[in-house]
Structures are given as C-alpha cells and as structure tokens.
Design a protein. Structure first.
Length: 181
C-alpha cells in the first residue's frame, strides 16, 4: 500500500468509529427484529431511546442495552400491578371481574417486577442464562394472570398493560439471546 493511501486511511479512522449510542441502539433493534418477526424494530428503537440515561457518553454495550430493555419492562410490569390494584379498589370493577383473579394478577405482576429486577442484576453480572430465566418467569406470571380470566370466560381487564409488557419482554429476551450467542 502506498504511504499516501495509509495516511488517507488514518484520516478516515475517526469517521469509521461506530459513533453514537443511537447507532448501537438501531443496530441492536434490527438484530432483534431479524431473530424474532414479532419484534418491530422501529418500536424497539423508540422504546429504548426514550429511556437512555443522559449520562451515557460512550456507545452502550449490549448488556447495557439488555438491562435498559428490562428496566422498561419493569415500568410496564409496575403499571400492570398498579392497574390491578386500581380495579380491586373499585367495588364495581372488582365485583364485575371477581376479586380472586384481580388479586392473583396483582400478586403475579408484583412477582414479575421482582423477577425483572433479578434479571437486571444478573445481566449486569454477566449471568445471561439467569437473566433469560427471570425474563421468562415474568412472562409466565403475566400469562397466569390472563389465564385466570380466560378460565372463567371473562374479558381480560388488563389486556393493554399485559400486551405492553409482552412487547418489552420480547425485546428484552431477544437482546439477552444476542448476549448469550
Ligand atoms: C410500556 O410498554 C409500552 C410498549 O410496549 C409503552 O408504550 C408504554 O408506555 C410502556 N410504559 C408504561 C409505564 O406503561
Ligand atoms: C412498527 O412500529 C411503528 C411505531 O410504533 C409503527 O408506526 C409501525 O406501523 C409498526 N410496524 C408494524 C409492521 O407493525
Ligand atoms: C449514570 O447515572 C446513573 C444513575 O445516576 C449511575 O448509576 C451510573 O453509574 C451513571 N453511569 C455513568 C456511565 O456515569
């Protein structure tokens, strides 16, 4: 290679450096969408970029993004827990849906929050298999809640909260799978 070519390449190096947190995020969401057709990459980017800590100055690692996705899922599980609590507090709603399922759901979403907190800790410690196990456990809690209503043939009053959580759990699992790969 001619010396001039080499210095030209050195000039380019800073430009080739994968730049921002945003690039890493888009790239990771695209990879997740490629592994799971139920993941919408645009939605993934918007959910995660809305939660990026302001003090991230360097591109985040994949495990940073995994922990970020799980922290968004924690907000969703917390919202589902609160919604179950609100329905229980309303005499009409709790009569309509039955206290038993609502109480079960409140407990399930409370468990889900704890499992997801375990998952963030596991991910930060590089224990990816454990992190995946806890994310799956949170998904199972949400399914158990829904099943309680389905068994009685009732409408599922936490449909939106549960569907929101499912989206962020799916993204969390996909990033954890990339970390495990
Ligand atoms: C939960 O997840 C959905 C998308 O899956 C999002 O739009 C929603 O705002 C999230 N947060 C809360 C606190 O519900
Ligand atoms: C993906 O999500 C974006 C943003 O929420 C939405 O506008 C778009 O319609 C979604 N695409 C599909 C295929 O669902
Ligand atoms: C960013 O802020 C959070 C919360 O204040 C802190 O825990 C974390 O260590 C900070 N990260 C960096 C890279 O400074």
């Amino acid at each position: 290679m001619a010396p001039s070519t080499i210095s030209f390449l050195f000039l380019l190096l800073p430009l080739l450096n994968p730049a921002s947190a945003a690039d890493t995020l888009v790239d990771t969401c695209n990879q997740c969408a490629a592994t799971n057709p139920n993941i919408n990459s645009t939605l993934c980017v918007s959910l995660l970029s809305g939660s990026v800590p302001k003090n991230w100055t360097t591109p985040p690692s994949l495990s940073d993004l995994g922990a970020l996705a799980v922290s968004v899922a924690i907000a969703n599980a917390t919202a589902a827990f609160s919604a179950a609590g609100k329905l229980l507090e309303s005499p009409q709603e709790s009569a309509a849906y039955g206290k038993a399922c609502l109480e079960d759901c409140k407990g399930q979403f409370d468990d889900a929050v704890s499992r997801l907190e375990d998952s963030v800790r596991a991910m930060n410690a590089g224990r990816i298999k454990d992190a995946r196990t806890w994310i799956s456990a949170a998904a199972a809690s949400s399914t158990t809640c829904e099943d309680c209503f389905a068994e009685k043939g009732d409408d599922f009053p936490l449909k939106k909260e549960s569907a929101d959580l499912a989206v962020t759990l799916r993204i969390s699992l996909a990033i954890a799978a990339l970390l495990d790969g």
